[in-house]
Ligand binder design. Structure first.
Ligand code: PLP
Length: 455
């Protein structure tokens, strides 16, 4: 008996994908992009580097207006974790849109179902939830809740983490003078353990997580007022380059926070809801943060985000007003609920971990065979490949990263733009056949880049 194809494979012959009809970006993409770019300013580097105009997404395939078909290794920007237009999710949103679109923060049946489902799937004890409409607003809410809970007002965050573009979120990110933002008072950043590029090392050269914690002690005593409400961390950096801290780090960080009566906020907007093979990435290290934020894959493309915490923190949630114009609207709740059901029904956490196993083996092999690859890393379907001029010096190789990015895109791989770190974010619905196809394109692009650069 022939095995039934998964929904996203029906109607596509993957042996023929990707399929480039016109070169990418094609003429129609360029024409439409020029019209948009004449009006929208401040587009992302992703769009500026490769101004393609997409018209359709289905499963792991994106089609542009010139009829070129791409394999999607970007998921929007780490958003469509379950692929594009999953029939169950699209239908749930459409049904809600036909029924009622908004009733402020009144309770609706679908909201109750979502909240109760979240309490069941999230780590034990998490039973306080507020719903929002963007990652940044959920982060802002987490900061306000931490202040309300602790009565303190300052924050510590990590260099190269990213939390969004609202006032306080940008105060916890790298800034440059051009982006019009100033750091808010009482927001500080400290270095985070980066195993490939350790700042603090033991005598054998390995990364020394205790030395990082010692540094935070020193910083807390000498650079802050001592009134720190919370430490906020991206469990694994997305924008920063899929950097995964050592396994012992978060338990030590949690102890540090407890010792100083500050909360640990895990910003799981990017890492949560299956991206790394767990509902929360912190589960990989058996650490439960005091507050976690969710977004991106939570509604698989529909703007719905959340802040979650346990019983102790719930009262602080009561103190900060939770209502927004869109947070928890029926369409948003339907999208999030259907997304969780899809993860459960299709065993997608397990699939993400299977894919991780494939990806990491494949990338390790690539690293052995290509001199310009310095480091590779993966948790679930959150992947990074770091390009270097030389594996000994580890000098970042931006030019190579940009060349690989452009070449692979032209070959039919839609992905997240790169400086010297290639960031890959394939959907967790993928199978090995399609994952391998995507990696073949990445490897071909690396091979051609090496040749062109004389390696
Ligand atoms: C970890 C993290 N937090 C927060 C945000 C902000 O999310 P949004 O763009 O939905 O405001 C992002 C967005 O990339 C993110 O990666």
């Amino acid at each position: 008996m022939s095995k039934r194809l998964p929904w996203w494979k029906e109607g596509y012959d993957f042996s023929q994908l990707p399929k480039m009809k016109t070169g990418s970006p094609g003429p129609e993409s360029r024409r439409l992009h020029a019209r948009a770019a004449g009006i929208i300013k401040g587009l992302s580097s992703q769009v500026k580097l490769h101004p393609v105009c997409f018209k359709e997404g289905f499963g792991v395939v994106l089609t542009d207006v010139d009829g070129n078909r791409y394999i999607d290794f970007s998921s929007g920007i780490y958003v469509t974790t379950l692929g594009h237009c999953h029939p169950k999710i699209s239908e749930a949103v459409a049904r809600a849109a036909r029924t009622m679109m908004n009733c402020h923060d009144f309770t609706t049946p679908v909201k109750v179902e979502l909240l109760e489902k979240m309490v069941r799937i999230l780590p034990e004890g998490i039973n306080g939830i507020q719903l929002y409409d963007s990652g940044a607003t959920a982060v802002e809410a987490a900061l306000r809740a931490a202040r309300a809970y602790t009565g303190k007002h300052e924050f510590l965050g990590f260099m190269m983490d990213f939390h969004g573009k609202t006032g306080h979120a940008v105060s916890l990110a790298k800034m440059n003078s051009a982006n019009g933002a100033g750091r808010a008072q009482g927001f500080y950043m400290v270095p985070k353990p980066y195993p490939y590029r350790p700042l603090f090392k033991r005598t054998d050269g390995s990364i020394d997580t205790d030395a990082y914690i010692d540094y935070y002690e020193y910083f807390l005593a000498n650079a802050t007022t001592g009134q720190v409400a919370a430490f906020i961390a991206e469990p694994i950096q997305g924008w920063g380059g899929s950097v995964i801290p050592p396994d012992d780090f978060y338990s030590k960080l949690k102890k540090f926070c407890q010792k100083h009566d500050m909360l640990l906020i895990a910003d799981e907007v990017l890492t949560g809801m299956g991206r790394t093979g767990k509902y929360l990435a912190m589960e990989h290290w058996d650490v439960t943060a005091d507050i976690s934020t969710l977004g991106k894959g939570f509604g698989n493309g529909f703007p719905v985000t959340a802040m979650v915490a346990d019983e102790r923190i719930k009262d602080a949630f009561e103190k900060i007003s939770a209502s927004t114009s869109y947070g928890g609207n029926p369409m948003a709740c339907a999208a999030a609920l259907a997304s969780i059901e899809v993860i459960e029904e299709e065993c997608l956490l397990e699939n993400a971990l299977r894919l991780e196993d494939y990806f990491i083996k494949r990338m390790e092999k690539m690293k052995r065979e290509h001199k310009i690859i310095g480091d590779v890393r993966a948790k679930g379907c959150l992947l990074g490949i770091e390009m270097v001029r030389d594996q000994q010096s580890k000098e970042p190789f931006d030019e190579a990263g940009k060349m690989v990015y452009a070449k692979a895109f032209r070959k039919g791989l839609a992905w997240v733009p790169a400086g010297h770190i290639l960031r890959l974010s394939p959907s967790i619905i993928m199978d090995k056949e399609v994952a391998a196809k995507g990696m073949d394109i990445v490897e071909e692009a690396i091979y051609e880049t090496e040749k062109e650069l004389g390696y």
